[in-house]
Structures are given as C-alpha cells and as structure tokens.
Design a protein around this ligand. Structure first.
Ligand code: ADP
Ligand code: MG
Length: 432
C-alpha cells in the first residue's frame, strides 16, 4: 500500500486501452491517495474514477462514515464532465433522506475551509430536484429549491406493484380484490385511468365482501392523498435528460403512515422504465454504429445512484425493486446502465450487489458481519485483512479504501471536499 509520489492520477475502472485513448477524460475526481500514516496523513496523487462507461460501484461504510458525501462528490463530478461526454450521460439519484438539494448551494463553513486547502473553490452544482407532485407545495412553502414534480402513471403499476405498495400478498382477500380490480379496469379502459377509476370499480365489484371493499377503497384513498400516482405519469425522458443530474426525492414517505412501500415502487418503476428504454435505444445505437460508423443515441448512458441501497435490495426479504435492480446488476452494463449503490449494511444487501461490483469504495466499517459479508464475496485479493486496513485508516471522516477490479489494487484515499453545501449536517428537508 505504500505509494510512490506521482503526478499522474490513478484512474479506477479504466482499462489500459481506454487510458491510452482517453487519458483522464470522462473521469470523476474522487480524492487523493493517502501517503503516510497518522491522523493527518500526507496526500499524494489524485484518484479518479471512470464514469464514461457503466460500472457497478458499491460504497460501504458505517453510519456517518461519508457515503452520502461521496455520492454528492460523484454527482458534482458528473455535472462537471466535459460537455462532449456530459451530454451523453444522465444521472438520476434516488434521495431517501432529502439531502441532495444542498448541491444547489455553494459549500460553506468547514467544507469551504477544506476546499481552500485543496486548492478548490466552493461552487453550486447544477442539479434538478424532483419531488412527488403532492409534496411540491410543502417544499415550496419551506423555500426549498425544487425544480419540478413527478408522478407515476397509474396504469404502469402492475398487480404485483399494487400488492407491494400495500404490503399485501395474493392470499389476502384485499390482494385478491385489488388484482381483480386492476384487471377489470385495464380491460375496460386500457392504459389511461386514475385512482378514482379504481375506487369506482371497487365499489361496483359484486363478488367481494363489503368490509374487504371498504378496506381496499380506503387504501386507494390514501394513495390518492399522496399526489404521486395519477392518470398521467412523468415521462422517463424527463427524469433522464442528457447532461443533467436529477435528484428524485422520495424522503417525504419516510414519515407518511401506510406509505412504507412507496419509495420501493418509485425505484422499481424508474429502474424498469430506464432499463426498457435503454434496451430499445441500444438497438438503435448499434444500427447507427454499423451504418454510419458513429456512436450516438438520444437516450444517454444512465447512471442510477441509490443511497441506502439495502432498503431496495435486501438480502432476506422480498422487495418490488429488487428484481429490477438485480437486472441492472447482472446485465445492465451491456446496455449502458451504470449503478452506484451506497449502504451501511452490506450484510443486509443482496449478495449479487457485492459480488458483481467492479469498483468498491469503503469508508470505515466496524461491524464484523458487514466486513465479513464484503470479504466473503469479493475476489481473493481483497480478503487481505480488511480489518487491518480499517485499523490503519485515520479516524476523521472522508477516508476510504478503494478497490478496482481492473487493476486489482487497493488504495487508501481521502475523498475530496465537496464544492456544494452539505445539507445533511443540519437536517433533512423534513426536519427543518
Ligand atoms: N470526504 C469528506 N470530507 C470531509 N468531511 C466529510 C467527508 N465525508 C463525510 N464527511 C463528514 O461526515 C458527515 C457524515 O457523512 P455522510 O456522508 O452523511 O455519512 P453516511 O452517508 O455514510 O452516513 C458529513 O456530513 C460531513 O460532515
Ligand atoms: Mg447517508
């Protein structure tokens, strides 16, 4: 791990061929290599990470270790890519805590001081924050900078998604009724219907008991009050715009009773849509490559960033977003879908997310089951005593081990200070 000083940046996730051809174009500046021991180590060369091709990145570390901060740094870098590359890349971040709107403001206090030491400047970052339509007024009242609202298209929720939303299964009488209602309405009106249509169809159902009908109707009414699921949904192209960093804020559902499954549905539907669209455009791209010998596509390379990923990809419980994200993990790279997952509980995360990742960033971990979960699923070069490496890691925030499957190297780094305001220091949107 002892590093020689070098002016050349270390680039994670880029093979030799791309390195020779593109140098450091299309990479994100993540931090600097730690060159010495101690609490204030000497920092060496830049560490950058390739974002011009899809990868599966996993960011681990205990709570407060710097995972969301590192995600924010990556988002800042996506927004600052050279326009040629940036316009082929779109980034969507699922914000479960309501913190990434802080990117819109320049850093202050501690971060601003650190930036000076790094010869960097505080700067706002161009991100677009979308909140559920029903929450827009709330955000605006609080003066939080929001760019728009999103909705999910009612007809795009399949029976399984409705059941997941209500945490019901096929055996529940309510589950049976809901499945029947969705099918009936779909057969009758096609793909343009809203919650009111579902309520009406439930009222008119002649087979179900009244109590079951009433319980289903109140569930649908609850959904209606969220202002999230409507006849018209936000087009996926609006969320995945080339050259744009989009934050999809689902944090409001943390506190809404009966809405525990909502963020899962949002991730499942967005993930599914992106996957489908990307498969279609991929075909178009291939044809162009053959006929015109150039790579171009209206649908950009997509990066999906998911904080608290164990919520959506749990190991031991079902989750409606899980099969969708597993598809990304297993075959997403080929159609240009990159995934960045952050979690404090690798032990609770689906093992495929750990074994398939090609860039691994770990802030300090202290829980043995979590360390073992990672150690067990990574190739042998990584079982080099993670414990020992963590014990050598300075205690301050922002240090991390990074491991690149390409070079099979482990580096200890300090993540760079962020340009923009770390709103998580004070509070999330809903605690202000
Ligand atoms: N690279 C870093 N440089 C400086 N401070 C950091 C860095 N990473 C994290 N921190 C500090 O640690 C706090 C917690 O980080 P955060 O990313 O929210 O943790 P996590 O998401 O892992 O729970 C941040 O609010 C910030 O003050
Ligand atoms: Mg966090």
């Amino acid at each position: 791990m002892q590093e020689q000083f070098s002016q050349e940046p270390a680039i994670l996730g880029r093979d030799l061929k791309d390195l020779e051809k593109y140098g450091k174009d299309g990479t994100a500046y993540l931090g600097k290599v730690v060159m010495s021991s101690g609490e204030k180590p000497v920092l060496g060369r830049e560490v950058r990470v390739d974002v011009s091709r899809p990868h599966l990145m996993l960011i681990c570390g205990k709570r407060g270790g710097g995972k969301s901060y590192t995600l924010a740094v990556l988002m800042e870098e996506m927004a600052r890519l050279d326009p040629m590359i940036r316009n082929r890349v779109s980034t969507i971040t699922i914000d479960t805590v309501g913190i990434f709107w802080g990117l819109k403001l320049p850093a202050k206090d501690q971060d601003a001081k650190m930036l000076e030491e790094w010869n960097l400047k505080a700067e706002e970052t161009n991100v677009k924050v979308f909140v559920p339509k029903g929450q827009l007024a709330f955000y605006q009242e609080k003066g939080l900078p929001v760019d728009g609202a999103f909705t999910l298209k009612c007809s795009e929720l399949e029976e399984t998604e409705w059941l997941a939303l209500f945490r019901l299964n096929w055996m529940d009488p309510q589950g049976v009724l809901i499945s029947r209602i969705i099918q009936t309405v779909r057969d009758k009106v096609g793909t343009y219907y809203g919650i009111e249509d579902l309520i009406l169809a439930t009222r008119n159902d002649s087979d179900a008991e009244d109590a079951v009908k009433q319980s289903v109707i109140s569930r649908f009414q609850l959904v209606n009050s969220w202002g999230l699921i409507e006849k018209n949904g936000t087009k996926i192209q609006e969320l995945a715009q080339p050259g744009t960093i989009t934050v999809v804020d689902v944090s409001s559902y943390r506190q809404t009773g009966g809405a525990e499954g909502v963020k899962d549905i949002v991730v499942a539907l967005i993930g599914k849509k992106l996957f489908e669209q990307r498969m279609l455009f991929r075909k178009e791209e291939e044809i162009k490559l053959v006929t015109e010998n150039k790579r171009s596509s209206k649908m950009p390379l997509v990066w999906l960033m998911i904080d608290e990923a164990h919520m959506f990809m749990p190991k031991d419980e079902p989750n409606i977003a899980l099969p969708v994200l597993l598809e990304w993990v297993r075959v997403g790279r080929q159609p240009g879908l990159g995934l960045i997952l952050a979690t404090q509980r690798p032990e609770k995360l689906h093992p495929d997310a750990i074994s398939q990742c090609d860039i691994f960033i770990s802030h300090r971990m202290t829980s043995q089951p979590d360390i073992m979960a990672v150690g067990a699923l990574r190739p042998t070069y990584m079982s080099t005593d993670l414990d020992k490496l963590f014990s050598q890691m300075p205690k301050q925030k922002g240090f991390a081990l990074v491991i690149d499957d390409n070079t099979e190297k482990i580096w200890m780094i300090k993540v760079r200070p962020r340009f923009s305001w770390d709103s998580s220091v004070t509070a999330s949107a809903f605690l202000i």
